[in-house]
Design a protein around this ligand. Structure first.
Ligand code: ACM
Length: 765
């Protein structure tokens, strides 16, 4: 009965709307972020050469909201007309107060007519963005068809953002504009600009010109490889800054795309660039500092009055340029060590009755908040502003996990959730070999997509304080826009959907189905996105014939994998993967998932076949449990470890122990060389070997040393090659002994601790 009534209702509705039939079958959504509700139906809207677009052009906000559509249609050869009489197709755009959500919209596509309604111009802009995603990438006006659909859409969260750190590496205004365009396509509405940090001050201050004369440039010599990566070599100064006029223009450029730019000025820490420019603001005046900036300059402002005068003046200049309600004042990662001994800070604590430096930090942020509030604005700070007590009106940006966000929401403070494990775009997005160096961790696209910004611990009323979510790209390791794009996309697209779409209806499977065609739009816009939609797994094994085989997995059903063995990029004409591939000679295997004509995931592996390949090996001391995934055979399976990290199956690792492996070739053979690689990454306690010895034997009992030498400490981090040669001898057993460096020397990360030793393939010939 219920079904009959539904059918009748459908029939009446269809008749009213003049549609032959509406299909309530599974929607075939193409839009990212997934709309809250959409119903696709049979029939289509055919764009005519003269399509009429109606909206109130006197409304400047509407004009902005509609302009992406007008521009796109004109590119398709559509002459936008105003006259009903001549138009075969029409698009009607209007504000409608009956739509409740501020950013919501209703998009209806019928044969001959499209309508977009929203309460605000922002909503219209989002309706336009959805419509643009339904348009093909290329077509002639007269053949351009759109599916009939009714979309009723609104965002789950009011705050949907991306942060870019332009302090560690300066990024051009052109790139920032490109990024803003891309964020707008995904209905993101906040762009958080991290304008200052220890490595660079990027904001032009008229009052304090030294900030950009000194603080915007740094010596290229890395402080250490993890913290100042990829700066210019030698003494070359690296850096730049944005003029106030450039930033005003950028604010307008963003506003035209319904995006608010939130400026961030770091305090009290991460401030070497400012303290190098105005040393008097530090606890220890470093004017006489013999070291070039940014070495040897402390990281935190002193809490003396001069600092607050300075910061208030800076914030005034910032607020004059950025109309954002929110001003980000950081507060993260202050060590506060100097505050414990500095007479100014000790006096401040006494005078204010503060028990410790945490309370002094709280005083600092509260005093800054008062100033920002006095100008009618509000502050955002990172988790650490919770230490010593939150400033009364502060919003917390939670990054160290989700606990800070939970605490703040429970205290009825607004929260933006950016936990590192899901939202930090400087993490690796794949373990695949060849990934560009990243900060660390592994935050795959799937992991980012799986994020739900509402912590389970919150009650429904506390959950209201969660304003939304944001992806953060820190740029210590990101010297170029191309690499920034690689790290941001497509993870930021996943976060756009996390921030917009209902939690109940979105799935990763559907997201991927919509993302693959969307990537073609990114191709057209020349976006250097990462191609790791899945995580292809390659397992090396030895088959019953004693051959090395590579098996591929990790990709859902329905997606096809192709591969080459000569290091060329696979196409659909390459071999289709169906079963483990036998490796017959030295090869570079590249495996790729190709869908819709584009590569959406890719993996590379090098194989080297040699006399010990697929033979057996005994290890005197087993590797550490967490670094023994490939088993002992990893040393002789023909498969080389990742060049850039030691976490794959082909690297075996020992802590403070000697590598001692004996290979059995099965029968005596002439051997004259060993080539191998040790991983070298002192920043992670990993050091290449101190020395290597090779011994041979006919019976496995009596060994004779044939070669040995010490290894120089490699100049660079990564896989370090090592080789030994000796006059050819016949031997069945080959023993390789690699001694670790032992205790890490003073002046290095982990000094005094035992170094790790990581060993790759033992190539015997
Ligand atoms: C941060 O990552 N230091 C906020």
């Amino acid at each position: 009965m219920q079904n009959f009534i539904n059918m009748l209702r459908t029939f009446i509705l269809s008749a009213l709307l003049g549609i032959a039939s509406i299909s309530y079958a599974q929607s075939s959504d193409r839009i990212i972020p997934l709309p809250a509700k959409s119903k696709y139906s049979n029939g289509s809207f055919v764009l005519a050469k003269n399509t009429a677009v109606y909206f109130d052009e006197r409304d400047s906000a509407l004009l902005l909201a509609v302009s992406p559509l007008s521009i796109t249609l004109e590119k398709f050869g559509v002459k936008l007309s105003k006259s009903i009489a001549t138009a075969k197709a029409s698009i009607h755009i209007e504000l409608d107060n009956s739509i409740a959500a501020e950013e919501g919209y209703r998009l209806v596509i019928l044969p001959g007519k499209i309508s977009i309604k929203a309460k605000t111009a922002t909503g219209i802009f989002y309706g336009v963005q959805s419509l643009l995603q339904l348009l093909p990438l290329q077509a002639k006006a007269t053949t351009l068809k759109l599916p009939c659909v009714t979309i009723e859409d609104e965002p789950r969260f009011a705050y949907r953002g991306v942060m870019l750190d332009v302090a560690r590496h300066y990024m051009s205004i052109e790139f920032l504009k490109k990024l803003l365009n891309l964020l707008a396509m995904q209905k993101m509405n906040r762009f958080h600009l991290h304008l200052t940090d220890s490595q660079g001050w990027r904001f032009e201050s008229k009052k304090y010109p030294k900030l950009t004369q000194i603080g915007a440039y740094r010596k290229g010599t890395p402080l250490n490889t993890t913290y100042d990566y990829n700066s210019r070599p030698g003494d070359t100064l690296y850096g730049s800054f944005y003029t106030q006029q450039q930033l005003r223009d950028l604010v307008k450029y963003a506003a035209d795309r319904f995006i608010t730019i939130i400026p961030e000025i770091e305090m009290p820490a991460h401030s070497k660039s400012a303290l190098a420019s105005y040393p008097g603001l530090a606890c220890v005046d470093s004017s006489g500092n013999p070291f070039p900036y940014p070495q040897q300059v402390q990281d935190e402002y002193c809490t003396k009055d001069e600092t607050f005068n300075f910061l208030n003046n800076i914030l005034d200049e910032v607020m004059d340029i950025f109309p954002s309600q929110y001003i980000h004042v950081a507060g993260d990662e202050a060590g506060k060590a100097n505050w414990k001994t500095c007479p100014h800070d000790i006096k401040r604590m006494k005078e204010q009755g503060l028990a410790n430096v945490e309370e002094l930090q709280s005083y600092f942020i509260k005093r800054i908040e008062q100033h920002v509030n006095s100008r009618g604005r509000s502050i955002i700070g990172w988790d650490e502003i919770l230490q010593g007590g939150l400033a009364p009106n502060a919003t917390v940006m939670s990054w160290t996990g989700i606990e800070g966000g939970i605490k703040a929401a429970q205290q009825h403070h607004n929260v933006i959730m950016t936990p590192g494990g899901y939202c930090y775009l400087d993490h690796y997005q794949s373990n695949a070999p060849g990934e560009p160096v990243a900060f660390g961790g592994l935050t795959t696209l799937a992991k980012t997509y799986s994020y739900n910004p509402i912590p389970e611990e919150l009650t429904a009323s506390e959950a209201k304080y969660i304003l939304g979510t944001q992806g953060n790209l820190w740029t210590e390791y990101i010297p170029t826009p191309a690499k920034a794009e690689y790290m941001i996309f497509p993870r930021a697209i996943a976060l756009a959907e996390v921030g917009w779409s209902p939690q109940e209806t979105r799935t990763y499977e559907s997201f991927i189905t919509r993302l693959i065609p969307y990537l073609k739009r990114l191709d057209k816009l020349k976006v250097n996105y990462s191609k790791h939609l899945f995580e292809i797994k390659l397992k090396t094994a030895i088959n019953t014939k004693g051959q090395v085989t590579a098996s591929l997995g990790g990709v859902p059903k329905g997606y096809k994998m192709y591969y080459t063995l000569d290091g060329t990029i696979p196409t659909v004409k390459s071999s289709l993967y169906v079963k483990p591939v036998a490796i017959h000679k030295n090869s570079t295997m590249i495996a790729a998932v190709i869908s819709n004509g584009i590569i959406v995931d890719q993996l590379k592996k090098n194989f080297v076949l040699h006399k010990a390949t697929a033979k057996s090996i005994e290890l005197e001391t087993p590797p550490a449990k967490q670094y023994s995934k490939g088993g002992n055979a990893a040393c002789i399976n023909g498969s080389l470890g990742n060049d850039e990290n030691f976490s794959d199956d082909d690297w075996l690792g020992w802590n403070g122990k000697t590598f001692n492996g004996t290979i059995d070739l099965g029968k005596a053979q002439q051997v004259s060389s060993l080539q191998t690689r040790f991983f070298h990454q002192p920043s992670s306690w990993v050091w290449a070997a101190k020395n290597v010895t090779v011994l041979v034997s006919a019976d496995g009992k009596n060994f004779t040393e044939v070669a040995g030498k010490s290894m120089d400490v490699p100049a660079n981090e990564g896989a370090a090659k090592f080789s030994l040669n000796w006059p050819a001898v016949a031997a069945r057993y080959i023993k390789v002994i690699a001694e670790p460096v032992g205790k890490i020397a003073a002046g290095n990360v982990g000094a005094g601790d035992e170094a790790w030793l990581f060993v790759d393939e033992l190539i015997v010939d």
